[in-house]
Design a protein around this ligand. Structure first.
Ligand SMILES: [Mg+2]
Length: 310
């Protein structure tokens, strides 16, 4: 697709275009939060739409930046919400993080600012971790008085979504990263997570990474979208994926669409989650070339829109 077309995304608003779109790919890489569900409710009509794609012979990969759960836990959530899902289709960043550390023969412990899904996936590949849950270190945190023990075996700090983030945890993450040989790993850089209340902001791993980057002289290795390792991880399990015959479906323009662009995939933006039509138009009109990578090839209100055209 040339640059001119790239900046003119096509609406899925009639049967002809929906069929053309469907015929153009074999694999779907589907984001989860904001596309399949918002919090614990399925987006209406989307289980039926995705199951219809499957009946049409499309192969589906669940590609989520979410690292809070293991593959099994995500599979169970999908099934509970009415989706068909199998283990080899599940790619949360808890899993891609474990795959990455295994691929580099990581030795040592990991300190996690994140949720139990990360610790469980690391445990499956034989990596011990610390840091999950509230940090109950006694309160000696005034400047000049901080006293806490650091584990000598920690060789990686891993950032995921952590709803128990605290000053002690942040101080420990920064302290470990002062070590020359300590890896700085981000499961993803999502700044926020979807919230059911329009006025409520839920800060994500991108916010904690920015806080740490302000202190330590290291850049994180990013193992989710929009990075390229995430796609390598998927292709390792599904070597028959042809990027030209694959579509990335997502709600977040700055990660899902950029991920598609970075890996040579088609992109469909669904406006059932974080990214809006107005934001998409803003990126189309932006004078900054890097914003053009956020512009999808196609857009729709939701995946459920396909039900009326197929
Ligand atoms: Mg999303």
């Amino acid at each position: 697709m040339n640059r001119k077309n790239k900046l003119n995304p096509l609406a899925i608003n009639n049967s002809k275009r929906a069929v053309e779109f469907i015929d153009s790919f074999d694999y779907i890489l589907c984001d989860c939060d904001g596309v399949l569900w918002v919090n614990n409710s399925a987006v209406p009509g989307v289980p039926q739409a995705l199951n219809k794609f499957r009946r049409l012979g499309k192969k589906i990969i669940f590609a989520t930046n979410n690292s809070t759960k293991t593959r099994e836990e995500f599979m169970n959530k999908l099934r509970k919400l009415g989706y068909i899902a199998y283990m080899d289709e599940l790619f949360p960043t808890s899993y891609s993080t474990a795959v990455y550390l295994k691929s580099i023969d990581f030795e040592g412990k990991a300190f996690i600012l994140g949720s139990s899904g990360l610790a469980k996936e690391l445990n499956k590949v034989g990596i011990e971790s610390i840091g999950i849950g509230p940090d109950l270190t006694p309160n000696h945190w005034n400047p000049g008085m901080a006293e806490f023990e650091l584990d000598p075996d920690v060789r990686a700090v891993i950032i995921g979504f952590d709803n128990q983030l605290s000053f002690p945890k942040l101080a420990k993450a920064c302290s470990y990263l002062k070590r020359r040989d300590c890896l700085f790993i981000a499961s993803n850089l999502d700044e926020t997570y979807p919230s059911p209340e329009p006025g409520v902001v839920v800060p994500g791993p991108g916010a904690y990474v920015a806080a740490i980057e302000a202190v330590v002289d290291k850049k994180p290795i990013v193992l989710g979208k929009p990075g390229t390792f995430f796609f390598k991880c998927i292709r390792h399990i599904h070597p028959d994926i042809d990027p030209k015959r694959t579509v990335m479906i997502g709600d977040r323009l700055t990660t899902d669409m950029v991920f598609g662009h970075n890996n040579g995939l088609k992109t469909l933006h669904v406006q059932s989650g974080l990214g809006s039509f107005e934001e998409m138009v803003g990126f189309m009109k932006s004078p900054q070339p890097e914003h053009h990578q956020c512009v999808p090839d196609y857009y729709a209100n939701s995946l459920a829109q396909f039900l009326q055209f197929l």
